[in-house]
Design a protein around this ligand. Structure first.
Ligand code: OFO
Length: 193
């Protein structure tokens, strides 16, 4: 059984180190907090898309999007932990309700692609600020996101190409919904944590 006094001393030391050894500068902390919000918004948006698809009887698409929403939450969490571990303060944002209804699968995935392109621009901006601030640790950490965006953009493009081919063909849409969970794009993104 660990000694409670020792635990208390350890906690006090940890809190002292956190408050006095700020290794992440304020500019980096601010832009990472903005990125935390973007990942939370992504997760929320994909969850709304999943719910719409589920309701429309497109279970394969719904499952694909539920998983995607969960992945975005993991992207957010990874950033929250990184900021806090480096002596910064990760803020948990409030998020406005996302769009709830969509016209079609093409509408869903066009919006998803548009959103991912916006996220890529934000990530590029974080990387740019890291270089400006000579924060090579955060720069190195962000490389995982750079590679992940490559993968996500390619997947969205691939899905939209398939939907374009299918058009309004009901049989094609049925097969799309059945197979979407197997769609993969191979990139050089490093292994997921
Ligand atoms: Fe799909 O955006 Fe996260 O990083």
């Amino acid at each position: 059984m660990p000694d409670p006094v020792l635990i208390l001393i350890f906690r006090l030391i940890l809190s002292f180190v956190r408050q006095n050894c700020i290794v992440v500068n304020k500019k980096i902390e601010k832009i990472l907090n903005k990125q935390i919000e973007a990942e939370a918004v992504s997760s929320h948006l994909y969850l709304a898309m999943a719910s719409w698809a589920d309701n429309a009887g497109m279970n394969g698409t719904a499952n694909f999007l539920y998983v995607h929403a969960e992945e975005e939450r993991m992207h957010m969490l990874k950033l929250v932990k990184f900021v806090n571990e480096r002596g910064g303060k990760a803020d948990i944002p409030s998020i406005p309700a996302p769009k709830q209804n969509f016209d079609s699968l093409t509408d869903v995935f066009s919006r998803l692609q548009e959103h991912e392109l916006m996220v890529t621009n934000m990530i590029n901006e974080v990387v740019f600020v890291c270089l400006q601030e000579k924060d090579y640790t955060t720069h190195n950490f962000m490389q995982w996101y750079v590679a992940e965006q490559l993968e996500e953009e390619a997947l969205a493009r691939n899905i939209l190409d398939k939907l374009k081919m299918i058009g309004n063909d009901k049989g094609g849409l049925y097969l799309f919904d059945r197979d979407i969970e197997t769609f993969q794009v191979v990139t050089k993104a490093p292994a997921k944590p």
